[in-house]
Write a protein that binds this ligand. Sequence first.
Ligand SMILES: O=C(O)CCC(=O)C(=O)O
Ligand SMILES: [Fe+2]
Length: 364
Amino acid sequence: MASANSDSLDIHSVFSVQELIKEPIISVPQQYVHLNQQNPTVSEFTGPLPTLPTIDFKQLVSVDTTDLELERLHSTCKEWGFFQLVNHEVCSSLMDELNHEIKQFYNLPLEEKMKYMVRPDDFQGYGKAKLEEKLDWGDRFYLITNPVHHRKPHLFPELPPSLRNTLECYLLELQRLAMKLLGFIAEALKMDLKEIEEMFDDGMQSVRMTYYPPCPQPENVIGLRPHSDATGITILNQVNGVDGLQIKKDGFWIPVKFIPDALVVNVGDILEIMSNGVYNSIEHRATINSEKERISIAYFVNPKFEAEVGPATSLINPQSPPLFRSMRMEKYVKDFFSRKLCGKSFLEHMKIESTEEATLLDGN
Ligand SMILES: O=C(O)CCC(=O)C(=O)O
Ligand SMILES: [Fe+2]
């Protein structure tokens, strides 16, 4: 066990923040200190703090209101890349159950959780995929859940049965929701519905369950460092209702308020690419609370491994040439995970450079 204020951490403490704080600490070990995380602060924002728009799923599906809500969906994905989704039809008792099960999981003794630890040369499992110089203040469990034959035998099938069953039900509900949402997104973008359906049908899906312990110096740590999601869309469930998510808007970090029963949806890099830059995959991060633990589960929705990730053919024409290169999903995932989860670097990598773009334009 780590002693208070020790900068030389034992392996368990590096592996799990939850273990590290089992004995009260007064200051944060150096490996976890991220300086200047708070800049620019929201207090520098002039005028009232903007609030993340809310999209009402009920209005999207209802014939009377669908056009107006589609317009709102479109402008929100362009201007914010994030929204709160209400009336999404995912049963609230299922959300409560999931909340309970994830808490139970993180309450298991470390030895139990270590059964699922990330193995060398892998990125799935409990714990950190690689030990970086600077560590985030959170314990993660990442696993690919779809296609089912991609599930690692020692992960999903070996989860405690009640967590596994609840998660399975939750995933089915979210899968249904995600496909409907993607359909509305295709409509809003005026892209071929078949194109999006074919790409995402039985696509690669994964979840990240994160436990963010409280920290006595929250301003010196970061729960999840700034990043954009490499996904099609992400559906985030702020499981225990504690705030912490922040998104970067016009250069400022804006907090996302927890709304009971709402899910937070965001445009990922792949949707930015598919929309040929019409939608934006926004940088976000998770901050830490000084007193309360925070738990979230992010569900990542992606095209199938065989799909070609690139600007949708139905959106490309001589007036709107492709701004991103195309790549098979399988390679995209492999290349992405061999990089660091930080900043928008991978999306930048997918951008067509100006000389290449010029050649393409010439060819048109
Ligand atoms: O926990 C959160 O609020 C954010 C999680 C997230 O951004 C992610 O897992 O990619
Ligand atoms: Fe994220």
